[in-house]
Each structure stands twice: as structure tokens, then as C-alpha cells.
Design a protein around this ligand. Sequence first.
Ligand code: YRO
Length: 311
Amino acid sequence: MSLKTTINQFTFENCLMNASGVHCLTSTDMLDVLNSDAGAVITKSATPQERAGNPSPRYFDVPLGSINSMGLPNNGFDYYLEFVLGQQDKTPEKPLFFSVAGMSFNENIDMLTKIQESTYTGLTELNLSCPNLPGKPQVGYDFEQTELILTEVFSFFTKPLGVKLPPYFDIVHFEQMADILNKFPLTYVNSINSIGNGLYIDIDAESVVIKPKNGFGGLGGDYVKPTALANVRAFRTLLKPEIAIVGTGGIKSGQDAFEHILCGASMLQIGTQLQKEGTAAFERISRELAEVMAEKGYQTLDEFRGKLKTI
Ligand code: YRO
């Protein structure tokens, strides 16, 4: 039984890792992930300078998931570059992902230029849930801006690059985004970021549960799994085969992991459940996934990846 997987030239002994933002703010957090059963680690999305993020409470766990409006707290680009450069040769069997989320077009280009010019050999993830122009939606929902930034990025960036996408809810949006992404030599697409601007309410207090944005925040967990599966499935059918899919959203059991792989995911990221359970989640979910595979008679992920049946 093997949970081994690949993205391009990268091999992972285990298909599970953290989702950016969870258990990856500090080098201690990221080393915890690398010392667990996870097959890789991704950094918190970096901005050029360190950021404190939004006032607390800014993350709230509920039985069916989570809501957050963290506001991109992070230790700054240089901190994460130093971490990945210092780590990459120590754990070559666990490839690294460096997430960046500039607050403007130029911030993204500046950070990617520095990664290009560095000796970093891992994967880079561009978080397209960043704001760009005032009065316009996040870049991932502004298809013109998405194409503009990828055009500029691929004019100089030659290292393995993926994009983290927000969820889409309309078939035409899947098609329009896939048509744009297919124009570029992307290594992977990661679906999904949190479902934006949900509202969770504490009925006893008759109140919102997080302070920023009057309580509005990104949803994760059980609430988002069907949306995540639809995004993974849609992009696996619409994107060229050279672009791998990373599946993120609502994975808390081996069954959830199996479903994401059936939809076409090559690597799986865990956010809300990692926040709730800690890094022991990787061992448990790996065991459960292996149990599901054993019951079904599968020995490798390749035997069922992307093989979802329709009726
Ligand atoms: O609030 C965050 O730091 C955050 N939370 C998420 O669920 N997804 C994200 O991508 C981010 C960082 C990016 C942004 C939403 C603050 C622009």
C-alpha cells in the first residue's frame, strides 16, 4: 500500500500536507509539519513586509467547520525565503511550497522576482485571493487581472509555479478560468481557498463570532467539501493534463481524501481539520485512506485518481 504521489518532477511519499495559513506561520510550525506524516509543507502566504493581520477574534471553529478573517498575518517574505533555503537540502524527500500573496500586482511581481533570482528549488504558489484594484473583486474573480498577472509572471518566472484559486460556482466561470490557465506553463492549480464572506452567528449572544469585517469571513471544513470537489473535478476535466490539481477543502477523513483523489487531485491540503486536531491528523487520515483503499483493493493512488464515474 502506498500513498505516494507526484507533481511534475516532484515526488511525495505521502499525498497529505497542510493548507497555507494553517500551522505554517513560524519555522517551528512548519518543522512540526515536516516531522509528522505529511508529505510536504507550505508556508503561510507571504507579503513583502511582515503583517500583524486583523484584530482578534479572527478565527472561529464550529462543529461543521471554521470561519476566518485573519488579514494575512505573516512574518514577511524574507523570513519564509530564509526558511525554505535553509530547509530544502535537509528534507529533500519532502518538497517545499512557498506561498506568496502580494497586496498589489507589483508586490506579487517583486516577490516572484526574488524567488526567481534565489537558489530556491521547490514549488511556488501564487495566492490569487489577493485584492488588487479598489472596487474590484479579488484577482481570482477578475479574469482580466488573472490573465494580466500570469502573462507578466511567465515573462520571467521559470521555476515550478502553481496558483491557489477561490471557489467558482458557475460552469461558465470554470470554463473561462480554465481557458486562461491553459495558456500558461503552470505546474499546478490548487482548489479551493475558503468560501468567501460567510457569516456565522452565535444565537445566544445574538452576535457575530469574529471581529473583523463585522463578522464576515472565509468558510472552511464540512461546509465547503462539495464545492471543493466540484472545483477539483471541473478543473481536472478542463485543464491540460500537464497541470496537476491540488485538492483543498473539507478533508477530515480518509473518505474525504479518497473523494478528492477520485475527482483528480494529485496532492491534498488540510486546513480546518489541521487547525482543530494538530499534526496527528496526517497520520490518522493517512491510515483511514489506506483502509478505504484496502477495502476497495487499490494499492496506489494512480489506480483511481480522476476516475470518478458519471451516470
Ligand atoms: O485572512 C487570511 O489571511 C486568509 N484567509 C483565508 O481563508 N484565505 C486566504 O487566502 C487568506 C489570505 C489572503 C487574504 C484573504 C487576506 C487576501
